[in-house]
Design a protein. Structure first.
Length: 394
């Protein structure tokens, strides 16, 4: 559709209005003579439509047959622009160069779209394709789609199938991902339950296997809790996948140090923007000079898009926020509060599956550093699976 619009612009077209007589007969005569009229619509007092300039002259002979009147309402396209500016040679030369360059660029890949992926990142897929020769600006005739497809399947393990379709300036990469293996896939593999950490057992439930410890016993990390090796009375040994729950009291410690002397970077309010235009992988700076000093950078992207199609033109804007060093000193109370806030974040991240029964907090100050240490008494699940190898000595 985009190419058709460009072609119509080059040859020129008009919007006409047909009134009186038999408008439908007029359109039928046009269709019978293979004269393309597009976007024909009936209005209050007639029919409007669009036709190429060279074909509008042919409509005149149908006017009398259908008993209608024709009128040009608007003119569009390059021929009318050139007529308006026919004395401006520079503009004409520029237009000729523009369409000449456009013709050359039409032989290259403008954009690459990846469809069908969920787990595999599009950026990773595009990086693999670029590694083997498919990227913006490459000549489409040099792309070996089948070889690229095979390399993509080799380099991206999440993919089970891929196809690369090139239509004109645009490449579409269709992929299908491998099926995820469910967590239950190993339920038939013999295994033991072992301790993930040191602790004292306070609750135990055995669903499958032979218990090796009792409630009240202390265990060390790696100790066998429930064995998947089951011996029957007839002296037959059966390997099973041990299952169950072992809750233990565990002790852990977290420590945070906060210096009283603090250094922060703060924005001064001065902002500098620098832009770079990228065409087919070539980067053209749109600024002079370089950014010096301390700054924080944010990046913004603008892609040139027409009717949902992204063209190979991107403008990257770097926003530079000037910064300066800001030094200040905390009081001991402020340092203690900051340390407690950090410890609270640690608890939210690391103790999600633990029940904290008791905290013992110790505060000390060494020079200009405040140190808070918290000893936690928790209840948690310590049983973790470990597969039994067939040749395991156990």
């Amino acid at each position: 559709m985009f190419i058709i619009r460009i072609w119509r612009f080059i040859i020129g077209y008009v919007r006409f209005k047909c009134t009186g007589g038999f408008g439908e007969r007029f359109l039928n005569l046009c269709a019978h003579s293979h004269i393309q009229v597009w976007e024909a619509k009936r209005g209050g007092d007639g029919i409007t439509g669009y036709v190429a300039v060279k074909n509008y002259r042919k409509l005149v002979k149908f006017r009398k047959k259908a008993g209608v009147r024709l009128k040009i309402e608007q003119k569009y396209g390059l021929p009318f622009i050139l007529r308006r500016y026919r004395l401006r040679f520079g503009l004409l030369l520029g237009i000729i160069l523009f369409f000449g360059i456009l013709n050359v660029l039409s032989l290259s890949i403008w954009s690459i779209e990846v469809v069908g992926n969920e787990r595999a990142e599009s950026e990773n897929i595009l990086a693999v394709l670029e590694k083997y020769g498919l990227k913006q600006g490459v000549r489409s005739e040099t792309v070996d789609a089948e070889a690229l497809r095979l390399q993509l399947l080799l380099d991206v393990p999440e993919l089970s199938w891929a196809a690369i379709n090139i239509e004109g300036c645009f490449a579409t990469v269709e992929v299908t991902e491998t099926l995820e293996v469910p967590d239950s896939a190993e339920t038939d593999v013999p295994g033991n339950l072992k301790a993930a950490s040191d602790g004292r057992i306070i609750k135990m439930e055995v669903l499958e296997g032979e218990p090796q410890v009792k409630v009240g016993e202390a265990v060390l990390k790696g100790d066998l809790l429930i064995s998947g090796t089951v011996e029957h009375q007839n002296e037959i040994t059966v390997l099973k996948r041990a299952s169950g729950s072992v809750i233990a009291e565990t002790v852990s410690e977290r420590r945070v140090e906060i210096p009283l002397e603090q250094l922060e970077m703060r924005r001064t309010g001065k902002v500098t923007k620098k832009r770079v235009a990228s065409v087919f992988g070539f980067h053209i700076p749109l600024y002079l000079g370089s950014t010096k000093g301390l700054y924080e950078k944010e990046t913004e992207y603008w892609d040139f898009t027409i009717e949902g199609v992204t063209l190979p033109l991107r403008v990257t804007t770097g926003v530079f926020y000037e910064q300066e060093e800001y030094r200040y000193r905390l009081s001991t109370a402020q340092a203690v509060q900051r340390a407690r806030n950090e410890l609270q974040k640690i608890e939210h991240e690391e103790f999600v599956k633990k029940i904290i029964q008791k905290r013992e907090e110790t505060i000390e100050k060494k020079g200009d550093v405040v140190i808070i240490t918290i000893k936690y008494l928790c209840e948690e699940e310590i049983a973790v699976q470990e597969n039994i190898l067939i040749n395991d000595s156990e």
